[in-house]
Write a protein that binds this ligand. Structure first.
Ligand code: ZN
Length: 374
């Protein structure tokens, strides 16, 4: 038997893998960073054997609360991901599983590979409503892809969606796949109406290098992109510098920055209460959006979320705060769980690519609902 992770998005270190009942693993840290939590690896040659895979030293991971009531995802074909029995005890996460085939993959959440990213971009670019701009390169030399949907015009609202600043939060790109699929569906009246009145800019993956390298939270230089929006440097965080440059050209009326949260078993939105000179009307509209999304999708809720920043104390290096401050945008961070939703659980898959994609679709209904006030 063998454990390996040298592929797109892979990440694990093998301590010991001689005996299937005592496999010992470590999660490799993000490059030039102390963050670690994302893992994705393959086990071959263990068909029909009861395997115990222990991922050690996870109490010091970025979000140890993320391991409580958490179940690892697995797949035989990298299409269908299911949850496997997982125990978190004494700082070790242990998977007990009997693989049905000689090739099984385990991950923190259903991966969204850079290869799938390229499929998504190519499929979107094939639609006549879409133009694709490579607005720059990452430190590893990958393209920063920006999709424009619809034709910009003075009387149209400017809508932005960005996702996956934190590369291990793969549910964010599954969300984008659902949203974009619906937005490009000519038979969908919500999408047609939105595109009559708005132009959309979408960056489905803000952090291609972290994604390919199998990082949790940072880019190739170990930078947490969601802290550098105030004064981005092309030499260390070109991803943010290029995207913010484009935003300065277009302005922003409404933006969703899409993430995953390791600890909380809820879908929720964080706003921009702490920014200086806050526009209360824009904040009210963000709250209205949250209420609309809650009505539309039972998977979304507004009761549990992050504590709000005190007035004037918001970190302007964070995307959502910077967008509200810089563009006076209705600006929100949408968070999805790695685990499952507390109020609408589906234990077989937990939170999943399909469910994230459906929430992405619902995000457009809620946008249409607030559009007259935007
Ligand atoms: Zn995040």
């Amino acid at each position: 038997m063998k454990i390996s992770s040298d592929f797109d998005g892979g990440n694990i270190e093998v301590v010991e893998a001689e005996n299937p009942s005592n496999i010992r693993l470590h999660i490799r840290k993000d490059n030039k960073s102390d963050f670690y939590q994302w893992f994705y690896f393959r086990m071959t040659g263990a068909k029909g054997q009861l395997c115990a895979l222990s991922i050690e030293d996870v109490a010091n991971a970025a979000y140890p609360q993320g391991w409580e009531n958490y179940q690892v995802v697995a797949s035989y074909d990298r299409e269908d991901w299911f949850r496997v029995s997982t125990v978190y005890k004494d700082g070790t996460l242990t998977i007990h599983h009997v693989p049905e085939t000689d090739c099984v993959y385990y991950a923190y959440f259903a991966p969204y590979s850079m290869e799938r990213h390229h499929d998504l971009i190519a499929q979107c670019a094939a639609d006549e409503k879409v133009s694709l701009h490579c607005i720059g390169e990452t430190l590893d030399g990958q393209d920063m892809d920006l999709l424009t949907i619809g034709t910009p015009a003075k009387d149209k609202k400017v809508i932005w969606y960005i996702a996956r600043q934190h590369p291990g939060e793969t549910m964010a790109e599954w969300f984008m796949e659902g949203m974009l699929g619906r937005l490009l569906d000519d038979d969908d009246p919500v999408s047609r109406t939105l595109l009559e009145k708005c132009v959309f800019y979408a960056v489905p993956n803000m952090n291609p290098d972290g994604s390919r390298r199998g990082h949790l939270r940072t880019n190739a230089a170990g930078i947490n992109l969601n802290r550098v929006w105030e004064d981005p440097d092309f030499s260390t965080e070109p991803e943010v510098a290029y995207v913010r440059g484009k935003m300065d050209e277009t302005g922003i009326d409404f933006i969703l920055d899409v993430h995953g949260d390791e600890a909380l078993p809820y879908n929720f939105i964080a706003c921009f209460e702490g920014v200086p000179d806050i526009d209360e009307a824009q904040l009210d509209l963000a709250y209205e959006y949250m209420e609309q999304l809650e009505k539309i999708s039972p998977d979304f809720q507004t009761e549990v979320g992050y504590p709000k920043s005190a007035a004037g104390k918001g970190n302007l290096g964070m995307a959502t705060n910077q967008f509200a401050h810089r563009y006076n945008a209705v600006s929100m961070t949408l968070e999805m769980p790695f685990k499952d939703t507390e109020k609408t659980p589906y234990p077989e898959s937990g939170w999943s690519p399909d469910r994230a994609a459906k929430l992405g679709r619902s995000s457009l209904d809620a946008l249409l609902a607030i559009l007259p006030r935007l």
